[in-house]
Design a protein around this ligand. Sequence first.
Ligand code: ADE
Length: 244
Amino acid sequence: MIKFTVITLFREAIEPYLKTSMMWKAVDKGLAGFDFVDLREFGLGPHRSVDDTPYGGGDGMLLRCEPVFAAIESVKAKDPSAKVILPTPVGEVWNQSMAQWMAGVLPECPFLGPLRGARPSLRPFEKGISATPATHYIILCPHYEGYDERILSIVDYKISLGKYVLTGGELPALIIIDSVVRLIPGVLGGAQSAEIESFSDGDNLEYPQYTKPYDFRGMKVPDILLSGNHGEIAKWREEHSGKA
Ligand code: ADE
């Protein structure tokens, strides 16, 4: 059982997806659990403010430390073992091995660690990467233009979904959750699909697949797949497993 607690201002943007298809089936089977914490509840003052202007000037608003720490601590008070994920464009770029490791199906930790070559003095509040996967992850979804650097002192994993900038952490949270949960043994339909996944290094794409009809607008299914020769089919599939 793996649990994700999402700290967000926009629960309504995330929840419907987690109540759909595979994610919901995983919950139904007791293999995954999802929970939400409303960051606004920990906001400051009458307006429950969670952000403020940057010291030194500049555009935009930054997520403040107090609401974020209070929200995370409220979850950790119930489960101190929970690890904190921060989706950010400057994190380690998410890949299949990281998802496999978090799902508990890959023994070696694929995360490189927090500094990634940068001088430690430039990254004063980063923590080390835990080398064992947790069973409870807290995903903090930042919004606005960014976050106070000191928030990194309470973060275990900084994860980027790619070299582009999104408006918030909700989409990254969903992608991280989906890619991990579908790998948990028992979530995917056939045992075979899990097997293919577990040998995949993420660069090794699956082979082309076909279903009925045999002939669609002149595009025919390769005859080898209808041959019944399992050895030859396996060879064909191996040959046609594309590299990314
Ligand atoms: N937040 C904004 N952009 C992001 C990205 N590319 N990956 C993860 N979190 C983000």
